[in-house]
Design a protein around this ligand. Structure first.
Ligand code: BGC
Length: 720
């Protein structure tokens, strides 16, 4: 059943245009890029695959984690020697030096839990790495794994056994306050990065915690809000990163504050059942801090540990066990799950020895923080080669306090990491370029005089760089996607005074850019951590080439994507259509599309071939990428699947990606393989995955809206 390889050269834009106009009678460029339905069907060669005889188990999840059997046997032995009181000590929090603490009992050490998704929170002498959304913009699982390992090494150095991250809620509402802690709006991208981060964290004998399970996509009303998510959407979008974490053998999961379909997440038998029975999660579920609302219902639904105290799992749980409303077997299951993860990951055999006072930052970690911050810098617009600043630029104006005396590192809340010293863009530019250009600085974002002074500084320079930051934090959502009004006014005023105005954004995700047409270039550096300027300056100066790609869509209008709900009930009525999926489905032009990111060089894709992959039911896409410009750089090849219309999927869904590094003029062959599981859709009637039969489109390119290589493939599916 190996079909012949299919070669296809991209159609010339003119031919594509003629065909699209002939067939559709509408604007060719946008339609040819945004929707598989709009492609001229006969323009693409067919390949066909028959998956109907394959084992349907290929579509379901999990391989048991390595070492599970041995760890379970050891946990059972320990359990056999514990009294009920000792067991109950393990399933609740006590106060202590860490954000989460479990008392030492039955010869076991005290357990230590600490945030979080961006590194060691609350303590000093740590490395302030960039935020997860910055790492998401790198589209680089290898980097994410190294970052995970470095963060966990610092956690362990501080005496931490359980790191409270990664955070894997989806960017559904672009203004949601914790989006910067996440990996963006696409479940496939998030899943790939989560798996890498979990592997990195757990390589350091630190348990990773996948949070927040589930439906915690906004902060407004998070304590009682009720997320209404249909079964298919839950499985295809919101569970996907958690399944990836389970597949990566994550040791712990944190259930969220909100309700799902009327029932609190930490006492929800349906969703916790999906996690434990459906996905095969073998570790323990802890509550978010204060997210436990009951004793019996929570214990019987699957909550294994209350955090940070014992309001429900203290004497109330002991009484429930005595009364028989929570069984001893269930208590054993809670304790076994905790012990199994701790044993499997080596924490109990080799407990950490550090304390909160231990210095854990290092030069090596700062270098990694710089690499990660640079990898996330995404060039959104670059007219007339405004960047990099070349030899014609003899003087620059650095405008905005985020560029000088108030450099930005990270969003707020439990993920916040103390940065000893944030390197400002101004300091880094001075260190790296003062011999070749004069550098002036003006805050510009104080009172009117400030703005006037900044405009004066900008007009006297060959190029003006405005640094604009927008805050985001746990505990609240942004009111809108707008930058502070003063910042918008400053950018417009500087752009009017200097024809080479460049904007650098420190943002948690999408922002509105009313001044976009007035400025030459825009870079978004997300939240860059302590190495801020050291990462950004080389990119501005051309010593480094930006390669970041947007992990979220930047909509033209906030209304184009779901808003934060102000009500207690949060209906996820858009279903599968979040982010670019929604914009594609409604044919709405984004400001900048998901996956977009320019480089100082240019790339061309060619020669798409489709063949059977190595694993049963997998499909391999071969293609070439050429660096057609004069700088070395890297491109992220993105593979999107257009499912048969009967599947009811959005037009394109990301199902593969690969970062390819190319010297000037270099060309490389690349292959992306899609597993059959990635061709699965959730059937809510049968409560399982199936591969729909019909015509599929596979498209490869540089963003969700720039897909020059496309192939049409016939698939005989599997199931339902
Ligand atoms: C957050 C969690 C965090 C916990 C402990 C909660 O407010 O939602 O993400 O891990 O606090 O700091």
């Amino acid at each position: 059943m190996v079909p012949p390889a299919v070669q296809w050269q991209p159609m010339s834009p003119i031919l594509r245009c003629i065909l699209a106009v002939a067939l559709l009678g509408c604007g060719c460029l946008r339609d040819s890029k945004s929707s598989p339905d709009a492609n001229a069907p006969d323009a693409f060669p067919m390949a066909s695959f028959d998956f109907s005889g394959l084992d349907p188990l290929l579509l379901s999840t999990t391989a048991a984690p390595a070492g599970l059997e041995v760890a379970t046997a050891r946990a059972n032995e320990l359990l056999g020697g514990m009294s009920l009181d000792e067991k109950l000590c393990l399933v609740r929090g006590v106060s202590g030096a860490y954000v989460g603490n479990v008392t030492a009992t039955a010869g076991l050490p005290a357990l230590t839990l600490q945030d979080g998704p961006a590194g060691v929170a609350r303590f000093g002498d740590v490395t302030a790495f960039p935020a997860p959304i910055t790492l998401a913009a790198s589209w680089d699982p290898d980097l994410v794994q190294r970052w995970g390992a470095a963060m966990a090494a610092e956690e362990r150095g501080k005496g931490v056994m359980v790191q409270l991250g990664p955070m894997m809620n989806m960017v559904r509402a672009p203004a949601a306050g914790r989006n910067f802690e996440s990996f963006g709006e696409d479940p496939f991208l998030a899943a790939a990065l989560v798996a890498a981060e979990v592997a990195g964290i757990q390589s350091q004998k630190v348990v990773a915690t996948a949070k927040h399970f589930i439906g915690n996509e906004q902060e407004t009303n998070r304590d009682g809000g009720d997320s209404l998510i249909d079964e298919r959407t839950l499985h295809e979008i919101y569970y996907a990163p958690f399944e990836a974490a389970v597949n990566a053998a994550v040791g712990a999961v944190m259930c969220s504050y909100n309700r799902i379909g009327g029932t609190y997440a930490c006492e929800n038998p349906a969703t916790l059942g999906d996690l434990k029975s459906g996905m095969g999660f073998s570790g323990w579920v802890m509550s978010d801090w204060g997210a436990t609302h009951s004793t019996v219902a929570s214990a019987n639904a699957g909550l294994d540990m209350e955090m940070p105290d014992d309001a429900n799992f203290g004497s109330a749980l002991a009484a429930a066990v005595a009364a028989g409303s929570v069984s001893q077997a269930r208590v054993d299951d809670m304790v076994r799950r905790i012990l199994v993860s701790l044993l499997r990951l080596g924490v109990l055999d080799d407990p950490p020895t550090g304390t909160p006072a231990t210095v854990v930052t290092s030069a090596e970690h700062s270098t990694l923080a710089r690499e990660a911050a640079a990898a996330g810098v995404t060039l959104l617009q670059n007219h007339d080669g405004a960047l990099p600043l070349d030899a014609t630029v003899k003087s620059i104006a650095v405008i905005g306090s985020a560029g000088g005396d108030a450099p930005y590192s990270l969003g707020g809340g439990s993920a916040y990491v103390n940065a000893g010293n944030v390197i400002s863009p101004l300091a880094a530019l001075q260190a790296q370029a003062e011999s070749t250009m004069t550098i002036a600085y003006a805050r510009g974002d104080g009172d009117d005089d400030d703005q006037e002074q900044a405009v004066g500084t900008a007009s006297a320079a060959d190029a003006a760089i405005v640094f604009a930051a927008v805050d985001s934090t746990e505990g609240g959502d942004r009111d809108s996607l707008a930058l502070p009004a003063k910042t918008d006014a400053l950018i417009a005023a500087v752009a009017a005074a200097n024809r080479r105005t460049i904007v650098v954004l420190h943002a948690p995700g999408a922002v509105a850019m009313p001044w976009l047409d007035q400025v030459k270039a825009v870079l978004v550096a997300f939240y860059p951590g302590e190495e801020n300027g050291n990462a950004i300056a080389p990119i501005l100066l051309g010593a480094d080439n930006p390669g970041g790609k947007l992990p979220v869509s930047f909509p033209r209008a906030a209304e184009d994507l779901p808003a934060v709900s102000k009500d207690q009930v949060v209906p996820y009525s858009e279903g599968l259509a979040i982010g670019y999926r929604a914009l594609d489905a409604q044919k709405i032009e984004p400001l900048f599309p998901f996956g977009h990111g320019l480089s100082y060089t240019t790339f061309a894709f060619a020669d798409l071939g489709v063949r059977a992959g190595a694993a049963p039911g997998s499909i391999a896409l071969d293609f070439t990428v050429k660096n057609t410009g004069a700088h070395a750089g890297s491109e992220v090849a993105q593979l999107y699947v257009g499912f048969p219309a009967s599947a009811g999927e959005p037009p394109w869904v990301l199902r593969g990606f690969k970062r390819i590094v190319l010297a000037a003029s270099e060309s490389k062959n690349a292959t992306i393989e899609i597993s059959i599981r990635e061709l699965g859709c959730w059937n809510p009637d049968a409560h399982r995955r199936y591969v729909p039969s019909g015509t599929y489109y596979f498209a490869v390119g540089s963003s969700s809206r720039d897909l020059p290589l496309q192939a049409r493939v016939q698939i005989q599916g599997l199931g339902p």
